[in-house]
Design a binder for this molecule. Structure first.
Ligand code: PGA
Length: 251
């Protein structure tokens, strides 16, 4: 049976390893009797090697560089991540697109570098508030997909997990309200159509696509009961231990 993904993006939190361990360990306890779910925790780089994957919990990283080694001050390679027990890596998050000028070309290089190391990219697409107001959402999403996936072999595409995360729906944005389920479904079906055209109808149908943006313990259920939404990506609410456990349990 297909697994539902619950991804925790801790962003630049918490400040201390002791706190990070506390969150990780209590999530571990909370998922003991859960099946059908894969929980992917993405802590800041510095804490990764202090955690080990455990049963349904896998380790993710929030970013990576596209080269495997060399003179790249400050960067972390896919190989280093793999050697630290990481299986999944976030790519194309809007905060990286905005704050670090990551464009579709850079994102494409990162996806390729990850696949080379047999790591699984968690690839974000999503429109900004401005693009949405100008009615450009579908055009932007299609571009992000086509350029981000350029040159990627059909045999590798099922390694990817996609996230539709509209930038305006992130909890730190001005609006900070989750996208409606109907809207998410429309977009996810659109993404599946593009992926079908690019690769094959089978891939378009079977690929995992998640929703992210202000997911919390109250609204997670609404997204998780939809067949075409294969999980959720949670930012701020993943640091609230009890709330996050509740999200996992709502699968
Ligand atoms: P949020 O963040 O759940 O706090 O909206 C999600 C994200 O930006 O990854």
């Amino acid at each position: 049976m297909k697994k539902t993904f619950i991804v925790a993006n801790w962003k630049m939190n918490p400040q201390f390893l002791s706190e990070a361990k506390k969150i990780f360990n209590s999530i571990k306890k909370g998922v003991k009797n859960i099946r059908r779910v894969k929980v992917i925790i993405c802590p800041p780089f510095l804490f990764i090697s202090d955690f080990k994957p455990w049963r349904l919990i896998e380790l993710g990283a929030q970013d990576c560089f596209w080269e495997q080694k060399g003179a790249y001050t400050g960067e972390i390679s896919p190989q280093m991540l793999k050697n630290s027990g990481v299986k999944y890596v976030l790519v194309g998050h809007s905060e990286r697109r905005k704050n670090f000028n990551e464009n579709n070309e850079i994102i494409n290089k990162k996806i390729k570098a990850l696949l080379e190391e047999n790591l699984q990219p968690i690839f974000f697409v999503g429109e900004t508030e401005e693009e949405r107001e100008k009615n450009q959402s579908f055009k932007v999403l299609e571009e992000q997909l086509k350029e981000g996936l350029r040159g990627i072999n059909k045999t590798k595409i099922n390694k990817l997990i996609f996230v539709y995360e509209p930038v305006w729906a992130i909890s730190t944005s001005k609006k900070a309200v989750a996208c409606s389920v109907q809207n998410v479904l429309n977009v996810i079906l659109f993404l599946r159509k593009i992926i079908s055209r690019m690769f094959s109808p089978k891939i378009g149908k079977e690929i995992s696509i998640l929703y992210g943006g202000s997911v919390n313990k109250e609204n997670a259920k609404e997204f998780l009961r939809e067949k075409w939404i294969n999980g959720v990506l949670v930012g701020a609410a993943s640091l609230d231990i009890e709330g996050f456990k509740k999200i996992i349990k709502s699968v």
